[in-house]
Design a protein around this ligand. Structure first.
Ligand code: PMP
Length: 437
């Protein structure tokens, strides 16, 4: 549909990175991005969850400006600065007692999970790691090595064993999904994988890139009991759904478990590159050998992260995630009645997924339609992405500041996009511009 936006306004085709939309962004404010032709785009992805406070938040601008104008500024590197000390203290207060030891700072979810993968093996002397099929823990060799997403096939670490994440929609009920996944794990320990050789189990408390799967009640409690029995460390990857997004500060809190190690990233810096691993001293001490990265723990990113955590508290954004999430969820449930493409709506707070199927009875994944819907939504002014091992789940992770009116407005555009895709009112040739599929 040429004319909806100026395709030649500024080419992004020179970018070697994976890109989803044929337009560069030049700015943003709150839940909105500004495209280079001036169009306002409602950001239901919050840049994949990184823009936790939305775009150009005054608290981040002010904190970063102040950090840059300090004498040492960004050039004083490597964690031993006041902002990092304050941030470490804050993060330690936000995790369960058993994880309250030391903090390691990195730049991304990938380097944080990679660090964990190395230190748990070094600290326990156990060579094996468990993770879930569909799990995305990062894009570096080390973090891909403990991931189970199809995009990372061929990069699995030698000691890695993948187990199924319970999928309530596919299994027909949460109970059936939970029981099958637990039975698989117990069988695995009795047959192929001696539990005493397993150092850690990497979990996503909501499996986001694998399809926004919400674990059934009792699942992670049972996993925790198994891990405790065998001395296996639990690593909760909170990179996408943590920091209030799910309606609790840590998403694992919904399952009532207490992980040994907690990994933060994405939204922690509100768009600036910073990640953190928080865990017991005896294990974190093994990270010293991996601590030498030139600009990790720099005071500018740490100042942004402190501003993010303070703003989440001051503006009650966890409560807002729950409330606006409820409005969003209800609006999506209303859409479900009108669109046969929608098979399932799921998630918690402002971490929601919509599984698209070609037919609700067969539940055949509607992957092409998911790509078309994302593209059509972009044309209409809504930014979201798709996830899932079959690439057929629309992922909604808007800023934690989302208002109920913005939630309604986004769902109206999404409904229009779904209707246009279902009716074939979309020029598929435009997908050529859409690198990534
Ligand atoms: N963990 C999870 C749960 C993620 O969703 C992602 C990114 N999608 C990562 C880790 C990797 O984070 P990054 O892209 O910052 O390296």
């Amino acid at each position: 549909m040429p004319g909806l936006y100026a395709r030649e306004s500024r080419s992004v085709s020179k970018m070697a990175h994976l890109r989803f939309f044929p337009q560069a962004v030049v700015g943003g404010s709150g839940a909105y991005l500004t495209a280079d032709d001036g169009r306002q785009l409602l950001d239901f992805s919050a840049s994949w969850g990184a823009a936790s406070l939305g775009h150009s938040h005054p608290a981040i601008r002010e904190a970063v400006g102040r950090a840059l104008s300090d004498q040492a500024g960004a050039s004083y590197l490597s964690s031993a600065n006041e902002a990092c000390v304050l941030l470490a203290e804050k993060l330690l207060s936000l995790v369960p007692e058993r994880a309250r030891g030391r903090v390691w700072f990195g730049h991304s979810g990938s380097d944080a999970n990679e660090t964990v993968a190395r230190i748990v093996v070094a600290a326990t002397g156990r060579p094996r790691i468990l993770a879930f099929h569909g799990a995305y823990h990062g894009g570096t060799i080390g973090s891909m090595g403990v991931s189970g997403h199809p995009a990372q096939q061929g990069s699995r670490a030698e000691g890695l064993t993948l187990v199924p994440y319970p999928n309530s929609y596919a299994a027909g009920s949460p109970e059936a999904a939970r029981d099958a996944a637990l039975a698989h794990l117990e069988r695995l320990f009795e047959t192929e994988v001696p539990p005493e050789e397993v150092a850690a189990f990497f979990i996503e408390p909501i499996q986001s890139d694998g399809g926004m799967l919400v674990p059934p009640d009792g699942f992670f409690k049972a996993v925790e009991a198994l891990c405790r029995r065998h001395g296996i460390l639990i690593v909760s990857d909170e990179v996408k759904v943590g920091l209030g997004r799910s309606g609790r500060f840590n998403a694992f809190e919904h399952s009532g478990i207490e992980p040994d190690i907690v990994v933060f990233g994405k939204g922690l810096g509100g768009g600036l590159p910073i990640s953190a691993v928080v865990g017991p001293e005896a294990i974190m001490n093994h990270s010293v050998a991996f601590s030498l990265q030139t600009v990790h723990g720099n005071p500018v990113c740490a100042a942004a992260a402190l501003a993010v955590l303070q703003t989440i508290e001051r503006d009650h954004l966890i409560l807002n995630a729950e409330r606006s999430g409820k409005v969003l969820r209800e609006a999506l449930d209303r859409l479900t009645a009108r669109h046969t493409l929608i098979g399932d709506v799921r998630g918690r707070g402002l971490a929601l997924g919509i599984e698209l199927v070609t037919d609700p009875a067969s539940r055949e994944p509607a992957s092409r339609q998911a790509a078309l819907t994302v593209y059509r939504a972009f044309q209409l002014g809504l930014v979201l992405y798709y996830v899932g091992v079959q690439s057929n789940v629309l992922e909604l992770t808007p800023p934690l500041t989302l208002t109920p009116a913005e939630a309604e407005s986004g769902v109206a555009m999404l409904g229009q996009a779904l209707a246009d895709v279902a009716a074939g009112r979309i020029d598929e040739a435009l997908l050529r511009d859409f690198a990534g599929w």
